[in-house]
Ligand binder design. Structure first.
Ligand SMILES: NC(=O)c1ccc[n+]([C@@H]2O[C@H](COP(=O)([O-])OP(=O)(O)OC[C@H]3O[C@@H](n4cnc5c(N)ncnc54)[C@H](OP(=O)(O)O)[C@@H]3O)[C@@H](O)[C@H]2O)c1
Length: 351
């Protein structure tokens, strides 16, 4: 008997987790428990062809559980992952609550799978989706060429802000569609106000037909929390404590799949061909890198799939030790649910 619990099964990441489990040919679980708040307890969801009733999050729900996946807000994970661990489960947490805890490994199976076994608190953390989207590529390039610095600009999807983010972008697109928007962005704000959408957004500005250079909360010196996560989590996952990292995180009106423009510097000269060879050999990376044929990564190529899609690989003009590349990864799959589930499979294999 190996029992899995999915806490937050009704959210954007939890729903994707169920899709991933449904698509697996076999699973190591004899029982899958679904857990959420009082808002959703009692709902019935289909998992691998069976009806499963969502249970309320309470300590007893973890009795007999081997692996508990947490796809809930930070404060819920902070309180409940230790409860699950105290009751004997390995908690794999998708939130930001434990990522930088020195006693909690931050795992991307392609990069540092061994770390999953080193879990003194019984908790393993899943990286944030923006960082995670580029880790398979950066891990592979680092192993070959020695990464020393990263400058990253993100183009992040609405679903990075959860189901609320998806619903908001859908509502905004409905509000602006069919309108004569004129030539000014102010007309978008007017269309949203007319539809009663001038408040209560998870985004700090209109997202439909717009680009918003902000994700997360305000930290010191004007940095956003998301930008600091890219820096700190990249260092921890890659095991390069002095990696130089600078990020600018931007929200774009894409439903799902984060994109990143990456400027990566190595300890030696790297040609685009050498990088293509390394990246093309990775099982979880797909190359779309033929601009002459109109081939490059876009969110539409990556969404719904497991691999990260990489292209626009260039040796930087004037910087022979630096590569420019563009990476797209489904933030709900590899960026969240898939990576977490891969960690769970690794843990189950060792039980
Ligand atoms: N979206 C992404 O791209 C992404 C990527 C990486 C990591 N993450 C992280 O993954 C976590 C989940 O994100 P999401 O996007 O799936 O959010 P979401 O769509 O808002 O879903 C939140 C889930 O948490 C449950 N929940 C909330 N408060 C709870 C409570 N007090 N007790 C029990 N369950 C509770 C909700 O259940 P109810 O149905 O009962 O409300 C729902 O199932 C967050 O920590 C997020 O930062 C998200």
């Amino acid at each position: 008997m190996t029992v899995l619990a999915i806490v937050g099964a009704t959210g954007a990441v939890g729903s994707t987790m169920i899709e991933i489990i449904d698509a697996r040919e076999t699973v190591p679980w004899s029982e899958i428990r679904l857990v959420a708040s009082a808002r959703s307890a009692g709902k019935v969801l289909r998992v691998r062809g069976e009806d499963v009733t969502v249970r309320l999050l309470e300590p007893e729900v973890f009795d007999g559980v081997d692996v508990a996946l947490f796809d809930v807000p930070d404060e819920v994970s902070a309180e409940w992952a230790p409860v699950a661990a105290a009751r004997g489960a390995v908690a794999v947490d998708n939130s930001g609550a434990f990522r930088m805890d020195p006693d909690v490994p931050l795992v991307v199976p392609e990069v540092n799978a061994d770390e999953a076994a080193n879990r003194p608190k019984g908790i393993i953390a899943n990286p944030n989706c923006t960082t995670l989207s580029m880790m398979a590529a950066m891990g592979a390039l680092h192993r070959e060429f020695g990464l020393t610095a990263l400058v990253v600009s993100s183009y992040q999807a609405a679903s990075g802000a959860g189901q609320g983010g998806i619903d908001r972008l859908q509502a905004e697109i409905t509000a602006v569609s069919g309108k004569d928007l004129g030539s000014r962005s102010g007309d978008v704000a007017a269309a949203l106000a007319e539809a009663g959408l001038d408040a209560d957004s998870p985004f700090p500005a209109p997202l439909a037909l717009n680009v918003v250079p902000w994700a997360g909360s305000l930290k010191d010196d004007g940095w956003s929390s998301e930008e600091l996560k890219v820096r700190n989590e990249s260092r921890k996952i890659l095991g390069i404590p002095d990696l130089k990292v600078s990020a600018t995180c931007v929200r774009v009106p894409v439903v799902t799949t984060h994109s990143l423009a990456v400027h990566a510097t190595f300890s030696r000269e790297v040609t685009a061909d050498a990088a293509r060879k390394v990246l093309g050999a990775q099982p979880t990376i797909v190359l779309r890198d033929d601009p002459a044929a109109g081939e490059w990564p876009t969110p539409a190529d990556a969404v719904g799939g497991d691999p990260t899609v990489v292209g626009r690989i260039r040796q930087a003009l004037d910087f022979p030790d630096t590569l420019e590349l563009f990476v797209c990864g489904d933030n709900l799959r590899k960026g969240a649910a898939l990576n977490t589930y891969e960690i769970a499979e690794t843990v189950a294999a060792g039980l």
